[in-house]
Design a protein around this ligand. Structure first.
Ligand SMILES: NC(=O)c1ccc[n+]([C@@H]2O[C@H](COP(=O)([O-])OP(=O)(O)OC[C@H]3O[C@@H](n4cnc5c(N)ncnc54)[C@H](O)[C@@H]3O)[C@@H](O)[C@H]2O)c1
Length: 212
């Protein structure tokens, strides 16, 4: 198995897709899957699937394909979802509330255990099972709980300040919804919805030019 640091980011992203797809197959009671079927479900080439998985050793058997449950377990270990991750959310607005209410995260072992806001009028409100806490409670909450991941769902103007606070609290990774490039040493994943729209528009325009 190669060093995980050398694995390209797109491969890591696809591992999450493989994992989700394998979960579905497992729920459907399917025991084995060929790389071409996995690829077809995800709309990618089967050579890509084989290449991606080869980063982590030999998984499949010629003619039989991959054992769904076995591959799922191995991917769990590689992606890091073989354990529960505690997550906090900064910003209890539209996005913060939507993330807190999203049951899919819990299913994938991302446990949202706290949501914080700077607006005192939101403090004490219930979002799902969580109660909004004031940001001044953040430090003591992080000290009392093992929290590795934070979601930034605050306005763009507040995001850099929030990330700096998260650095002091030793948070290990961030999912950032604010549409701004944040300066931080913490691994950060930006979720940029407008970027998806722009890239879609680019593809629509290109296919129009190609006459499809
Ligand atoms: N709503 C969307 O569809 C959408 C889509 C893509 C990206 N975004 C981005 O996500 C972020 C959140 O969007 P939203 O629609 O949820 O905004 P929102 O205004 O509904 O919520 C933001 C919340 O952050 C709180 N806040 C402000 N400063 C804070 C701080 N220092 N610490 C903690 N909380 C603080 C505010 O009180 C507010 O409750 C924004 O940066 C926005 O640009 C939103």
């Amino acid at each position: 198995m190669r060093n995980n640091n050398k694995i390209p980011k797109p491969v890591i992203r696809r591992l999450g897709l493989y994992y989700r797809c394998l979960n579905r197959l497992n729920e459907e009671g399917i025991e084995f899957v060929a790389s071409k079927d996995l690829a077809a479900r995800l709309g990618i080439k089967s050579s890509q699937v084989r290449k991606d998985l080869s980063y982590f050793g030999e998984f499949g058997k010629r003619g039989v394909g991959y054992n769904v449950e076995e591959l799922m377990k191995k991917l769990e270990g590689i992606i890091g979802v073989d354990k529960y991750w505690n997550v906090i959310i900064l910003g209890a607005g539209n996005i913060g509330a939507a993330i807190a209410n999203y049951a899919g995260l819990k299913k994938d072992k991302f446990n949202i255990i706290g949501i914080f806001d700077a607006d005192r009028s939101k403090v004490g409100k219930k979002i799902g099972k969580l109660t909004v806490q004031h940001v001044s409670e953040l430090k003591s909450f992080v000290q009392k709980n093992i929290i590795e991941i934070a979601v930034i769902a605050v306005p763009e103007t507040a995001a850099q300040m929030v990330v700096e606070e998260l650095e002091t609290l030793n948070i290990k990774g961030i999912v950032n919804f604010a549409p701004v490039k944040l300066r931080t040493k913490i691994p950060i994943e930006d979720v940029d919805i407008t970027l998806s729209f722009k890239s879609l528009v680019f593809r629509i325009e290109r296919s129009k030019k190609e006459g499809n």
